[in-house]
Design a protein around this ligand. Structure first.
Ligand SMILES: Cc1ncc(COP(=O)(O)O)c(C=O)c1O
Length: 443
């Protein structure tokens, strides 16, 4: 097999066991990216590729932003690392305050980790421990949702609801149950914004409560907008109902905002857009504009304060990572938040969203398109699967788009579009133009 062309030191494709990738297929026709700036990548064969996915829903401020790159370089030269336990550095406190100030009252204490998966597992652990420190240690059940994606830790795949992500990995966590997903093409196809039908699906939580009893349930976790499963927008009233049922039964509500946070939905966070404050949210991706890995779990004062009751010298939460609040990640995050603010990037996302909505829905009558859905700066196009070859049509579309200079993302037969939030109308036109042309030719 020929080796990668980008570096003479690397001469084999063999050793890298690639994540979430058909390794053998990829290595026969690799797609390598070697540069990036603002809305574009550069491919290893020297082509400019328009990024319609913000990397993996994470490069919200666009690529290689100078302020962020400089902050990382400066920090790396000043102090590369500080121990995370029993020690700290100023940027960790500054970032926690900054994130808490961006969020509504009721979400104000921040626990740092290194990824969305870790932010989720941290949230689930905090939920269990919170009930225990309050003397309700029998609340051990965790409720996720079909088609949910909460990363790849054992906690995340247990509450997650994507079969392929679970089936290879044994029994996972015990005592987990799932709500039904909200995807309903029969009633909601081609919805613009939140679909009208499906709020009643939140009432399944009452059935789960009836089955297990509320006194055994610690928390419910959902993505406010489910991204990785193929862009499922919450039906009107659904999240409100879920919150009300959680409050009624003393169950914590966790919103996984790893994708929806930092402007993706045209508001700073989904909690702002929907006006619902859960007990815990998880963040990652856009927090550092994806430059340095970082995750964060933000909890309510009631949760935080419940841990602060024992002897003062006692560790309150036996949890943390060597790289919790890594100083390079903090430097990157602070510069990212400056960039979002100085360039009014969330406002740009809000202003561009209606144009984006019209643009994606203009593909409605293209061959094989069975649904288009959108919210803020994210959209999903669902294609009819080829008989006996689920996912093949969308995968071929993805490859053809890439060859034509557009990076998209596919899950099953769904194509997701979620561009950097610095996009301008002409970028949207170009994305839709390339995707439209490809759809006309991908049988
Ligand atoms: C909602 C959600 N939660 C968690 C994760 C996992 O994040 P990571 O891949 O950084 O572990 C993702 C990743 O796409 C996500 O979309």
């Amino acid at each position: 097999m020929d080796g990668p062309v980008s570096s003479s030191a690397v001469n084999s494709y063999e050793e890298f066991f690639m994540p979430f990738t058909p390794n053998r297929q990829f290595k026969k026709a690799p797609r390598l990216l070697v540069g990036a700036k603002d809305m574009h990548y550069t491919s290893h064969d020297g082509r400019s590729i328009l990024d319609s996915t913000a990397g993996l829903w994470c490069v919200n401020a666009g690529h290689c932003r100078p302020k962020i790159a400089e902050a990382i370089a400066r920090q790396a030269a000043t102090m590369d690392y500080a121990p995370a336990f029993n020690m700290a550095h100023p940027q960790a406190f500054e970032l926690a305050s900054r994130v808490a100030r961006m969020l509504p009252d009721g979400l104000d204490h921040v626990f740092f980790s290194n990824s969305g998966s870790e932010a989720v597992d941290t949230a689930l652990k905090i939920a269990l421990a919170y009930h225990r420190v309050r003397g309700e240690g029998q609340r051990t059940r965790l409720i996720g949702r079909e088609r949910g994606y909460h990363g790849v830790g054992f906690g995340g795949i247990s509450v997650g609801g994507i079969g392929n992500n679970r089936k290879q990995f044994g029994t996972m966590l015990g005592g987990v149950d799932h709500l039904p997903h909200t995807h309903d093409l029969a009633r909601n196809a081609f919805s613009r914004g939140q679909p009208q039908h499906g709020a009643e699906l939140a009432d399944w939580l009452e059935r789960i409560v009836a089955l297990h009893d509320a006194s055994t349930i610690a928390a419910v976790i959902v993505e406010p907008l489910a991204g990785s499963t193929g862009v499922l927008v919450p039906p009107v009233g659904y999240l409100e109902r879920l919150k009300a049922i959680c409050v009624k039964h003393g169950i914590l509500l966790i919103f996984d905002e790893v994708i929806s946070g930092f402007g993706r939905l045209g508001a700073p966070f989904a909690v702002d857009l929907f006006g619902i404050t859960p007990d815990i949210i998880t963040l990652a991706k856009g927090i550092t504009n994806a430059t340095v890995p970082m995750g964060a779990t933000v909890v309510s004062p009631a949760i935080h304060d419940a841990f602060m009751n024992g002897p003062e010298g006692a560790i309150e939460l036996f949890h943390g990572y060597t790289y919790s609040a890594h100083v390079l990640a903090c430097a990157a995050a602070l510069a990212t938040l400056d960039t979002y603010e100085e360039e009014a990037i969330f406002a740009n996302a809000a202003a561009l969203s209606p144009y984006f909505e019209d643009a994606v829905h203009s593909l409605k009558d293209h061959p094989n398109v069975i649904d288009i859905r959108n919210l803020g700066m994210v959209a999903g196009l669902e294609l009819a699967p080829r008989p006996g070859a689920i996912g093949a049509r969308a995968y071929d579309t993805f490859v053809a788009c890439y060859n034509a200079g557009l990076l998209t993302r596919v899950t099953g037969d769904i194509i997701a579009i979620s561009p950097p939030l610095i996009a301008q109308k002409h970028h949207i036109d170009e994305m839709i133009g390339i995707l439209g042309d490809v759809l006309k030719t991908t049988a």
